[in-house]
Write a protein that binds this ligand. Structure first.
Ligand SMILES: NC(=O)c1ccc[n+]([C@@H]2O[C@H](COP(=O)([O-])OP(=O)(O)OC[C@H]3O[C@@H](n4cnc5c(N)ncnc54)[C@H](OP(=O)(O)O)[C@@H]3O)[C@@H](O)[C@H]2O)c1
Length: 283
């Protein structure tokens, strides 16, 4: 099977290339080699490779930056997603597109299911929702995986930020936003399951278990074996340009039922990440 991976040098793309290269014939396109907003590059690459599957990891992911650069956010996350979907449909490829929990308002009290109505509260979430709609309209043979709180060895993420801040000995982290921390490793296993089943439609794809950013930070420090004074902070005390959802919990029942793959608990996935970083395991 031929798989084409877009944004092969991003956080998710880097791990996806190393994982899928062991199983499939992978054509990896780094950001500099394929700008998803350039129709000639997108069509040229996808029509030349004629992949069986396309994995689109490209996105403008700077959530606060999207607020001040909305046009660029929509260009990449919506228009770019649409161009990839159109080209994938032209060659009859199965497209896996990655989206986000931020399509929801985050004011719920039970895990969001795929049929719940989206209601994004920031530009990033709105641009990603627009991308989902482009993908669904232009490439019916597609799976949209909504993930959240993603971290991996090859990107800037919350785990690395916390470990950097730990050097100060004290860090304030919000207690009133909860969600599902998800490793790139577990997300890739879910992508793998979806690709193997050629599943189509929307899937929620995060690790199991719910925690606040504050609880997540405490577990990071515990596993890293570093002493840090973690202060409890509220969202009101930690204002940022983009609104963040308070309740960002996604139900994984659908992906488990359709593919047979039930994602790991977030603590187990975090332990695996630390083992990988320590060179104890491979991915
Ligand atoms: N990180 C999270 O917490 C999180 C949460 C929910 C969903 N997601 C979704 O998960 C997916 C993977 O994100 P990630 O964590 O791997 O983020 P990432 O490391 O920022 O990866 C995104 C990649 O897309 C590239 N890109 C930006 N504009 C592009 C363009 N016009 N054409 C082609 N590539 C472009 C970026 O390149 P540059 O770095 O050079 O801009 C980067 O390599 C995205 O769809 C994201 O929306 C992420």
């Amino acid at each position: 099977m031929r798989m084409l991976i877009i944004a092969a040098d991003g956080q998710l793309g880097t791990d996806a290339v190393s994982y899928f290269s062991k199983k499939y014939d992978v054509s990896a396109f780094k950001t500099a080699d394929m700008d998803v907003t350039d129709p000639i590059r997108v069509n040229g690459a996808i029509l030349a490779v004629k992949p069986d599957a396309v994995l689109n990891c490209a996105a403008m992911t700077n959530v606060d930056g999207c607020e001040s650069q909305a046009e660029q956010a929509y260009r990449v996350n919506a228009y770019g997603a649409g161009l990839v979907a159109l080209a994938a449909a032209r060659v009859g490829a199965h497209l896996v597109h990655i989206s986000t929990d931020y399509v929801f308002a985050g004011d719920g009290s039970r895990p969001y299911v795929e049929t719940d109505s989206p209601d994004p509260q920031n530009v990033y979430g709105a641009s990603k929702l627009s991308g989902e709609r482009h993908v669904q309209a232009l490439c019916p043979n597609s799976a949209i995986l909504r993930t959240a709180w993603l971290y991996g060895p090859h990107g800037n993420n919350f785990v690395k930020t916390m470990l950097k801040l730990a050097e100060k000995g004290e860090v304030g982290v919000v207690t009133d936003q909860v969600g599902n921390p998800t490793s790139t490793f577990e997300l890739i296993r879910m992508i793998d399951a979806v690709v193997a089943c050629k599943s189509t439609g929307i899937f929620h794809a995060t690790c199991e278990g719910v925690v606040s950013w504050n609880g997540f930070a405490r577990e990071i420090f515990r596993l890293a074996g570093v002493e840090v004074n973690v202060k409890d902070v509220t969202s009101e005390e930690f204002v940022r340009p983009a609104h963040r959802p308070a309740y960002s919990v996604l139900s994984k029942d659908k992906i488990a039922a359709v593919t047979g793959y039930r994602p790991a608990d977030w603590q187990d996935a975090l332990r695996e990440y630390f083992d990988y970083q320590a060179g104890k395991i491979d991915f």
